[in-house]
Design a protein around this ligand. Structure first.
Ligand code: MN
Length: 218
């Protein structure tokens, strides 16, 4: 799948999905987890991405799929060992995204000290909203993220509460992975995560970003 970067109008394939766990203290708390002292990174496959208007498909292997609304930073300029100061130059766009999670599979993986790839990586588990040029979004650390399910607000928080801000995450990740245009950084979810059911309609918003709308199907 390809995305078009807003300012340059360049179309690139979606690359790596770098996802951050426990990046809001209240969410770490609701999961019974400690706040990490460095970013907690996991990967999702690009095959998990769907766009606005499409549907999250509940896999038969899980009985408990949760929503996690997140700000997504879209990499427009690649690099490695990117400094915190240079990080904004590498982010072309922002979008609202959902890090769909099979919570029952993840809980079992945690118990067994297994990776989260299955819990996080099913097809349709990485909805990505429309891309907005980073310059038009303004301060990425002062946005309100919100998720409504069937009209009810389930998650609402400011990105001010991120433990590791976007620039720190770009810096950190780029010391491990060479970043490339089309890579997506899912920056972690605030509190209020919970289950979705077939028939649900999800609307995720972020200040300055266009909304992400997805339905849930079996
Ligand atoms: Mn997440």
């Amino acid at each position: 799948m390809k995305i078009t970067l807003p300012a340059s109008n360049r179309t690139v394939p979606i690359g790596k999905l770098l996802c951050i766990g426990r990046n809001y203290a209240e969410h770490a708390d609701e999961m019974g987890s400690d706040v990490p002292d460095e970013p907690m990174v996991f990967l999702k496959p690009a095959s998990a991405v769907i766009r606005t208007g499409e549907a999250v498909r509940l896999p038969s292997q899980s009985q408990d799929v949760h929503h996690e609304v997140e700000l997504v930073a879209v990499i427009g300029q690649g690099g490695r060992n990117i400094s915190r100061a240079d990080a904004p130059d590498h982010v072309a766009a922002y979008a609202v995204g959902l890090d769909m999670t099979a919570r029952d599979i993840q809980s079992k993986a945690k118990e067994n000290r297994h990776p989260w790839s299955v819990a996080k990586g099913f097809d349709t588990f990485a909805p990505l909203g429309p891309l907005t040029d980073a310059d038009a979004v303004g301060d990425s650390q002062d946005l309100t993220l919100q998720l409504r399910v069937n009209g009810d607000t389930r998650q609402k928080a400011s990105t001010q509460h991120m433990i590791f801000p976007v620039a720190e995450l770009v810096h950190y990740c780029s010391q491990i992975f060479t970043l490339a245009p089309g890579d997506l950084l899912y920056t972690g979810t605030p509190s209020g995560v919970g289950p979705v059911e077939a028939g649900d309609e999800l609307v995720a918003t972020g200040t300055g970003c266009e909304p992400l709308r997805v339905s849930v199907t079996r």
